[in-house]
Design a binder for this molecule. Structure first.
Ligand code: ZN
Length: 256
């Protein structure tokens, strides 16, 4: 199901012991922790490909406190996955959502992200899923119609590629930061629902829409982690304990 990411190639990748290789001889390493690195040399050289080690660590500590569990339940309820599903999380980060959902539903799970620290953290904690490092902006490195469910959880969106890798009877869940997400730390955000539905309208029909919100009392260390995980710590003063809102707009689409 994996495809070579080299532009103009896109042949099937075959798994060998420590690498995957296409028929044209393009070869990519399987890391010791089990993920496959499909970044090409020019992408590896780029300065800041995705989340840093610090941001990944901060986000994982927040997940481990249970802060995002209600959001995960909301996503699980909406996708209603079963063990027969084949699920892609595009922009999987540290793998929390995909890894947790797989442990509940038992489906075949695949995650892709451009950040090596994020995917490494995912692979170490959830070895039962397949994890890929790749730049998915232009090409998702999977065969057409590979998945019954595609997740995009506050990640970069590529409607055409989501449609290509999704089966005709599949479903796509897009999670966006809601306007009240982290409102205590960054003010009211934009409502991105309308524009996102428009972006997907050519390939997808919206079938369900919900907002899932949770308010959490965080100590100062956890607030610091929120600041680290979302944007660079812009506050000069130390973070203080406070109640923080986490809120996602969930959109469920079916292919047209
Ligand atoms: Zn190739």
């Amino acid at each position: 199901m994996l495809r070579c990411p080299v532009r103009g190639c896109h042949l099937a990748l075959t798994r060998e012991e420590k690498r995957v290789v296409c028929a044209r001889g393009h070869s990519f390493d399987i890391a010791r922790s089990g993920y496959i690195n499909l970044l090409q040399p020019q992408e590896r050289r780029s300065k800041n490909p995705g989340d840093t080690v610090a941001a990944v660590g901060a986000r994982r500590r927040l997940h481990d406190r249970g802060v995002t569990e209600p959001l995960s339940y909301g996503i699980a309820e909406m996708i209603d996955a079963s063990s027969g599903d084949v699920v892609l999380d595009a922009g999987c980060g540290d793998g929390f959502y995909l890894g947790s959902l797989k442990r509940q539903a038992g489906f075949d799970a695949h995650g892709v992200d451009i950040s090596i620290p994020a995917v490494e953290a995912a692979a170490k904690r959830y070895p039962e899923c397949e994890w890929i490092v790749a730049n998915a902006d232009r090409f998702l490195p999977y065969a057409d119609r590979s998945f019954s469910i595609v997740l995009s959880i506050t990640g970069r969106m590529n409607a055409g590629e989501f449609r290509r890798v999704l089966r005709d009877d599949g479903r796509l869940l897009v999670a966006l930061a809601a306007p009240d997400d982290l409102i205590e730390l960054r003010g009211v955000g934009r409502d991105r629902v309308g524009r996102t539905i428009e972006t997907f309208a050519k390939d997808f029909t919206l079938v369900d829409q919900r907002r899932v919100t949770t308010l959490v009392d965080l100590d100062s260390a956890a607030v610091q982690d929120v600041l680290l995980s979302i944007y660079r710590p812009i506050r000069a003063q130390p973070a203080e304990a406070m109640r923080v809102t986490f809120s996602l707009d969930l959109l469920l689409f079916r292919p047209r």
